[in-house]
Design a protein around this ligand. Structure first.
Ligand code: NAP
Ligand code: GDD
Length: 348
């Protein structure tokens, strides 16, 4: 009889954590999720899993070594997916110390607990394209592109990246960095740009919001679909050797273009005029201003252009994203037209 595998997910209440939990449960794993204490429940994305006997959650926090240590002893996972993070780049400029505690030291705490406990498990670290800093001259970015992080978020994640490599080399851990480019979904947090746009466009269509204020419209990102990307996380831990791999679509799109794609879904063609903070997007038919620029969303330093060169991962994992950015905008917009909040079943 084969023994059921137990996987531990930090950040299980987040966008990726919820999709990964579903994927692993579908593969027959027992899934144990770490949930941090908040002033209210944050389980909206995993509420539909909470009654399952093969899905368990415990309170823990990646800034609290003792909780991590106890959970590892109790759960004895064979795979750990470390997704917990203060994941908002813009916010990391306002809370740099906390962002480092979570995004840098959180990973170290987990790695060190695994080492101290001599736990026989594989470890996935949610690394990020933000390590590259988005300098246009380095695009597209691959595993050999130099790292030039440009935010407290990215600097913390760089520490985690090297911690994974160090524990792998020094102690032989099967620990991997998934250097993932942006991935979105209807479950995306509402203060990330794609969800902010799709939700606003849905509300504009429904007459409950007047217009949309954005920051840098010129920033370019390589946007994929989160539900697909969690499979690449799992595949990375099924490889005989640990590795650090870039995962993305290879296609870049500006914030301005993503906005156009969402408005097109409700039959509105945007016409842009003005420059910089004076730029506006108007409804071509009515002339109404629907999009304007608000410098409050600018970042002190910005990753201008992130575009993956994902060839190595495509080859090693035999995996490629299927959803392009137009399809992604469509599925997010359709979800937001039908739902005010996260809820299930969603976009399937
Ligand atoms: P997300 O939706 O913001 O989820 C973050 C998760 O981390 C949430 O479950 C959050 O809990 C949890 N968390 C935050 N601080 C914690 C702490 N101190 N202790 C324990 N848990 C904590 O992020 P995501 O988009 O799913 O991303 C998952 C991971 O991938 C993150 O590490 C992110 O930095 C990284 N990443 C994401 C992308 C992307 O495009 N999505 C790309 C590259 C890398 P609450 O629910 O309580 O807030
Ligand atoms: N959030 C936000 N809000 N971003 C805006 C806005 C706005 O109103 N207007 C323009 N932007 C621009 C940002 O300046 C950035 O260039 C781009 O839109 C994307 O911003 P986010 O959606 O906040 O994501 P991110 O790219 O900064 O970070 C995400 O992807 C990283 C991988 O590259 C997060 O998921 C990170 O956790 C992840 O590591």
């Amino acid at each position: 009889m084969t023994k059921t595998k137990t996987a531990l997910i930090t950040g299980v209440t987040g966008q990726d954590g919820s999709y990964l939990a579903e994927l692993l449960l579908g593969k027959g794993y027992h899934v144990h999720g770490i949930v941090r204490r908040n002033s209210d429940f944050t389980s909206k994305r995993i509420d539909h899993l909470l009654t399952r006997p093969d899905f368990v959650t415990s309170y823990g926090d990646v800034v609290d070594s003792s909780s991590l240590h106890s959970l590892l002893v109790e759960v004895k996972p064979v795979e750990i997916y470390h997704l917990a993070a203060q994941s908002h780049v813009g916010v990391s400029f306002q809370i740099p110390d906390y962002s480092a505690q979570v995004n840098a030291l959180g990973t170290l705490r987990l790695l060190n607990a695994i080492k101290e406990l001599k736990l026989d498990c594989r470890f996935y670290q949610a690394s990020t394209s933000e390590l590259f800093g988005g300098l246009p001259e380095t695009a597209p970015q691959s595993e050999s592109t130099p790292f030039t992080p440009r935010s407290p978020y990215a600097i913390g994640k760089l520490f985690s990246y090297w911690s994974v490599r160090n524990y792998r080399e020094a102690y032989g851990l099967h620990a991997s960095n998934g250097i993932f480019f942006n991935h979105e979904s209807p479950r995306r947090g509402k203060n990330f740009v794609t969800k902010k746009i799709s939700q606003a466009v849905a509300r504009i269509k429904q007459g409950t919001q007047d217009n949309l204020r954005l920051g840098n419209l010129d920033a370019e990102r390589d946007w994929g679909y989160a539900r697909e990307y969690v499979e690449a996380m799992w595949l990375m831990l099924q490889q005989p050797q640990p590795n650090d791999l870039v995962v993305g679509t290879g296609v870049r799109t500006s914030v301005r273009r993503f906005t156009e794609l969402c408005f097109a879904e409700i039959g509105i063609v945007l016409e842009w005029s003005g420059k910089g903070v004076s730029e506006v997007g108007r409804d071509k038919k009515t002339g109404k201003t629907l999009v304007s620029v608000d410098p409050v969303y600018f970042r002190a330093t910005e990753a201008d252009l992130l575009q993956a060169d994902p060839r190595r991962a495509n080859e090693k994992l035999k995996w490629k994203p299927k959803t392009d950015v137009a399809k992604l905008a469509q599925l997010m917009l359709r979800y937001d037209l039908a739902h005010e909040d996260y809820g299930f079943p969603d976009e399937a």
